[in-house]
Design a protein around this ligand. Structure first.
Ligand code: ADP
Length: 578
């Protein structure tokens, strides 16, 4: 085309290019390098991701754009200036399209639909077709030493950009509304990043085009690189590969290129050598830094992998545990019914409802009855555990007199004690024991179990049951190591079951209340049991707002099992079960 080109434009440039050329070079070269670096790194780290490919393309287009802009700033040939100026429309359009593409893929995690591609393509077509025409560039201005742009063409690509920016905004807002909380954050950050990127581009471009004052471009360029870096960061972050390593590598290269760029500005040999040494040192240090971060990242990845596997195994264990509890619950329910029937019929037999029973038969029936009782207790324990663990255990609070509960328990067990040749003494205090808000049935069950245990584990002597009023004791939680002691305060009603039995060794004390925990020497005594009674008992007492623990002076020295229930229950407890 026959433009008004001037071959030797030196005179014109001498007048116009009065800005500091160093500044032009520096700002442009650094932005080209950083933008390529960002795109390149994200691409290298994740070649298969569509997003990183788009960002890479974006960085290349952007780099070309800056490079061409640099040429227009620095070239002294009007022909070259005109040639590169032709491409600004196409490059700008491409940047907008790629931003749109990137946003779509980031948010939907899918490729852009065909219809959207068709719309973008159609809108972009005029830019391609009109690029080599006078619509794009009208002339070369000998006054400003720059191309004169066709108004229609520039208007078109700015409106095109505006349209796409708004479209992106619309996509972001509509997706943001529907997204879940965690995703909302991603969309918001990304949306801000991409809009700022476009805004910076738009404003710098538009302003310089409108005012002819192109120096504002410098700041816009830096802004764009920063926003592009931000987008890269988000892509990397939500793609879950390590940003730390990436960051370190980027830092090292950025600092090396900054130092390296100085080589162009220093003219004396001494200075160049110094900068060279500087560059070398920073590269070596950078290499070590990258290596150590890489190692750390690897270690972290290994850890993450392992913890992932662990939590998977844990999930499986939990599922197994749940199905086990469910199985126990079903099995126990099924077992309980026939056992109750057996108990009923034996009682009837013993009472002579089916005819006279001779003493020999009676003896056998008694044994069957006792064994059946043991089975009933076992099933009851198992049922309690499954209720407790599935949170199905219900508590009904009402004012209860602990004295009468203990009296009842003592009455029930006195015949057993007698049979065993042991004493069972119930020491009633003189002082008045106030009624407490508890689930009395549950507390009775626990006290029964304590007395039952005391009789079971006492070969000689006997058992004393006592109720008293006092201040909450300060006992050392270490005694029940695996149980966190929440502690209670104020006045308490204390139930003590003390025996003269086998006692508990100090080493076993902390574990008595754990599930299936049975003493080491129990087998010697030949007593039946599951190791569930105290485990269930602790939960029942704690749900009643109280504490339970065991004390013993050692093997053969007897034991004391103590329950404390606060006289004044907490408001939370009352609200929970009230
Ligand atoms: P089980 O009595 O069915 O074994 P428990 O949970 O009731 O289960 O008791 C757990 C363990 O605590 C018992 O196996 C026993 O070792 C110990 N233990 C409980 N009560 C006493 C006691 N009065 N004297 C000595 N050891 C006891």
């Amino acid at each position: 085309m026959n433009f008004n080109l001037i071959e030797n434009s030196a005179s014109c440039f001498a007048l116009v290019k009065t800005y500091p050329l160093d500044m032009v070079y520096y700002s442009h070269i650094i932005t080209v390098i950083s933008s390529l670096m960002i795109g390149f790194f994200v691409f290298i780290k994740n070649k298969n991701s569509l997003m990183s490919r788009i960002l890479f393309l974006m960085s290349v287009v952007f780099a070309f754009w800056i490079l061409f802009s640099l040429i227009t700033w620095t070239s002294y040939s009007s022909m070259i200036i005109m040639f590169v100026w032709y491409f600004f429309g196409i490059l700008t359009g491409l940047l907008f399209i790629l931003s749109f593409y990137l946003t779509n893929v980031f948010i939907t995690k899918e490729d852009v639909s065909f219809s959207k591609k068709a719309i973008l393509g159609t809108l972009f077509l005029p830019l391609i077709l009109l690029t080599p025409t006078r619509f794009n560039l009208v002339n070369f201005s000998n006054v400003d030493c720059e191309a004169v742009e066709g108004k229609l063409f520039t208007d078109y690509y700015y409106y095109f950009g505006l349209f796409i920016s708004l479209w992106i905004l619309w996509i972001i807002i509509s997706k943001y509304r529907k997204a879940e909380k965690e995703v909302k954050k991603q969309i918001l950050f990304f949306g801000i990043g991409v809009e700022l990127f476009l805004f910076a581009f738009f404003v710098t471009g538009l302003l310089s085009s409108l005012t002819g004052e192109y120096t504002s471009e410098f700041y816009g360029l830096f802004g764009m690189v920063i926003f592009m870096g931000f987008l890269a960061y988000l892509i990397v972050k939500y793609k879950a590969f390590d940003i730390k390593l990436l960051g370190t590598q980027a830092l090292v290269i950025a600092s090396a290129s900054l130092i390296g760029a100085l080589l162009f500005y220093v003219n004396d040999i001494g200075g160049k050598i110094l900068i060279g040494i500087n560059l070398l040192i920073s590269l070596i240090l950078g290499w070590f830094l990258i290596r150590s971060v890489k190692l750390e990242v690897q270690r972290k990845e290994e850890l993450q992998l392992m913890s992932g596997k662990l939590s998977e195994a844990n999930d499986q264990l939990r599922k197994l545990d749940n199905s086990k509890s469910e199985f126990i619950s079903i099995a126990s329910h099924q077992l309980r019914t026939p056992l109750t029937a057996i108990k009923g019929f034996i009682s009837l037999l013993l009472e002579g409802s089916y005819g006279k029973v001779d003493p020999k038969q009676q003896d056998v029936l008694n044994k069957v009855y006792t064994s059946n009782e043991r089975l009933v207790n076992l099933v009851e324990d198992l049922l309690n555990v499954s209720r407790m663990e599935s949170g199905r255990m219900e508590f009904k609070f009402a004012p209860w007199d602990v004295n009468s509960i203990c009296q009842e328990v003592a009455d029930t067990f006195i015949p057993r004690a007698k049979d065993l040749g042991l004493y069972l003494e119930y020491k009633k205090t003189e002082e008045h024991i106030p009624e407490v808000m508890i689930d009395g049935t549950k507390v009775r069950e626990v006290v029964s179990n304590m007395v039952d245990n005391a009789l079971k584990y006492t070969p000689k002597g006997g058992v004393t049951l006592k109720v008293e009023l006092g201040e909450a004791s300060r006992y050392t939680p270490a005694k029940n190591a695996e149980v966190e002691d929440k502690g209670i305060a104020g006045a308490v009603v204390r139930v003590i079951v003390a025996d003269t039995g086998i006692g508990v060794p100090q080493t076993e004390l902390p574990y008595l209340f754990a599930k299936f925990s049975r003493g080491k020497d129990i087998s010697r005594l030949n007593t039946g049991g599951t190791g569930l009674g105290l485990y269930v008992g602790r939960s029942m007492i704690e749900n009643n707002g109280g504490r339970i623990w065991a004390e013993s002076d050692g093997e053969g020295q007897g034991s004391r099992f103590i329950i404390e229930i606060p006289v004044q229950q907490t408001k939370e407890l009352m609200e929970r079960w009230g």
